[in-house]
Design a protein around this ligand. Structure first.
Ligand SMILES: CC(C)(COP(=O)(O)OP(=O)(O)OC[C@H]1O[C@@H](n2cnc3c(N)ncnc32)[C@H](O)[C@@H]1OP(=O)(O)O)[C@@H](O)C(=O)NCCC(=O)NCCS
Length: 178
């Protein structure tokens, strides 16, 4: 296995699929772009809260590049399978600060369609929250569609006593106190 950046403990789904986790690095831009193009229209809509079909490729590349080069302005963790020496990205969770010195950051998560509902989101979001705490962050926040039961239920499970939802014009905002 190639050694790239920081690794985290692996996880086995109920279906016995082994999922690995590591920090995204500069070498991951192209696989991350491919990961986004493999998400279904619905998953992309839930993640980005808008139709993303017409977004130019260079914008997708720029976004992937940003996640892969966060340095001290956040953390992006990729979940992947590893078979026959090939990594396949199955999910990404990240938080991003506006400034390096910020103690709060915006977070988001997305799983490849075929890997949703297997407990990976729960494990990955927990990992992200623990890492944020370890890096000294105090609060994470995010927005989601009001109808996005998946992420709302997931947050309730991962941060049962330290989340706070507010409603805002068809969207929900959430704050997690770490
Ligand atoms: C939301 C998302 C990250 C959840 O990840 P996941 O791996 O599918 O969720 P998990 O299998 O880990 O489920 C965790 C818990 O949340 C609950 N949950 C997840 N999706 C749910 C749904 N659609 N309805 C009800 N509960 C749900 C599960 O019951 C589970 O509880 P349990 O651990 O007690 O069994 C994933 O479905 C996804 O990528 N969705 C599209 C993108 C998105 O909405 N991103 C969030 C916007 S930032």
């Amino acid at each position: 296995m190639k050694i790239l950046g920081q690794y985290f403990p692996s996880f086995k789904t109920k279906q016995e699929e082994k999922i690995y986790f590591r920090k995204l690095t500069e070498a991951d831009i192209i696989p991350l772009v491919e990961f986004y193009y493999h998400l279904s229209q619905e998953t992309r809509y839930l993640r980005f809260q808008m139709i993303t079909d017409g977004i130019p490729e260079n914008k997708v590349y720029e976004y992937a590049e940003k996640l892969c080069k966060l340095e001290n302005k956040g953390l992006a963790i990729v979940a992947y399978t590893y078979e026959d020496s090939i990594e396949s990205f199955v999910g990404v969770a990240r938080y991003m600060q506006n400034l390096e010195t910020d103690t709060q950051a915006e977070f988001a998560i997305v799983l490849q369609d075929g890997f949703q509902g297997k407990g990976i989101g729960r494990y990955l979001l927990h990992l992200l929250f623990e890492e944020a705490k370890r890096y000294g962050l105090i609060k994470l926040y995010g927005t989601m569609l009001y109808s996005n039961t998946g992420i709302i239920e997931l947050i309730k499970k991962v941060a049962p006593d330290n989340h706070h939802f507010t409603h805002a014009e068809g969207q929900m905002e959430v704050e997690i106190i770490l």
